[in-house]
Design a binder for this molecule. Structure first.
Ligand SMILES: [Zn+2]
Ligand SMILES: [Zn+2]
Length: 344
């Protein structure tokens, strides 16, 4: 089968002929129909310090997909071949304190598909059955592959209720764009998105943002205060990992407001905690991964009922053979979600 792999501990990825995987104990062989590119895959492609410190090549990369069951390995329940599935990419141990108290997304022995073991930028993949998610018949594969990152957006947005809230999203990458569409679907009163990339701001408008702001052109403060009757926003979702965005936006959260942090910061982000957070009684949530499988339940219902439409987020689709074009687009920032067609 064809597979995109990290062959050696250095930048780049290669398209290779690889043996079809054998499902091990508790695993299912899945034919991959669509896979989508994540920021994590770009970090692997560029061999970032994070990737270099974690990965042990050779590894087939990719963790977001939609496909169908081909074969059940030993120790599985015997799901019907042809069943359409995606999967939770975080492989949790089920035994540690966090797993046993309902937080497997922060499992102490967490392994990630396409990072710590072979992933889904391939025609077939062996996936632990307990990680599979059966896709709703009304959600096509091109959208079903986005459920995994959409789960991150669900946790980021819905750490607290958003009904009637005014929300600022800093960062219009795929998760920020998903947050904008979700916020509308979940009854937010005002959705403001900021990003220095004009292409992505236009996508934010298409996804339902009421106001889009380029902080390189206009400082956020004026328009955010105007849009919130001078209050500041009730909710800040920081999904860019930019220290500048965080420092500019935290003072724009109204006292008593809520902050979700999902963007990954390089190094430390210095915050004047006393004045900005404590005296203003902000609630700050660190968000990582997604609730397993609570977020999948929520997003599957919103997508299948058409309450939530994220189809405009898919801007490009390539056959797996052209994977490099996808990664180049990711570098350019002129894309939403990039999909790979993995089987014809
Ligand atoms: Zn991802
Ligand atoms: Zn665990």
């Amino acid at each position: 089968m064809l597979a995109v792999m990290k062959e050696a501990p250095e930048p780049g990825l290669a398209l290779k002929e690889a043996p079809e995987p054998e499902p091990g104990f508790g695993e299912v062989l899945v034919k991959i129909n669509y896979a989508s590119v994540c920021g994590t895959d770009s970090l692997i492609y560029n061999w970032s310090p994070w990737a270099a410190g974690r990965m042990k090549p050779p590894v087939i990369v990719g963790h977001e997909f939609a496909g169908e069951i081909v074969e059940n390995g030993p120790g599985t329940s015997g799901m019907r071949p042809g069943t359409r599935v995606s999967a939770e990419s975080h492989l949790f141990c089920g035994r540690c304190l966090q797993c046993r108290t309902g937080k497997p997304e922060i499992c102490r022995q967490l392994k990630i598909l396409g990072v710590d073991r072979d992933g889904v930028f391939a025609q077939y993949a062996a996936i632990p059955e307990k990680n599979l998610w059966v896709n709703h018949s009304d959600i096509p594969d091109q959208i079903a592959t986005l459920q995994e990152p959409l789960g991150n957006a669900v946790d980021t947005l819905l750490a607290e209720d958003v009904t009637g809230k005014r929300i600022l999203i800093t960062g219009a990458g795929p998760i920020g764009l998903m947050c904008a569409a979700l916020a509308r679907a979940c009854g937010a009163a005002r959705v403001i998105v900021s990003d220095p990339n004009e292409y992505r701001l236009s996508l934010a408008e298409a996804m339902g943002a009421d106001i889009v702001l380029n902080p390189k052109v206009t400082p956020l403060r004026g328009p955010v205060l105007t849009a919130t009757a001078g209050d500041g926003v009730d909710v800040l979702l920081e999904v860019s990992g930019s220290k500048g965005a965080l420092l500019d936006s935290l003072p724009l959260v109204t006292p008593g407001g809520r902050v979700s942090l999902l963007g990954i910061f390089r190094g430390e982000a210095p915050i004047a905690l006393t004045e900005t957070v404590i005296f203003r009684k902000l609630r700050i949530y660190g968000i990582t991964g997604r609730g397993i499988f609570s977020t999948w339940q929520t997003l599957s219902r919103l997508l299948s009922s058409k309450r939530l439409d994220i189809s405009k987020l898919v801007t490009h689709e390539f056959p797996l053979e052209d994977f490099r074009k996808g990664f180049e687009l990711m570098e350019s920032g002129r894309c939403g979600k990039v999909l790979f067609r993995t089987n014809g």
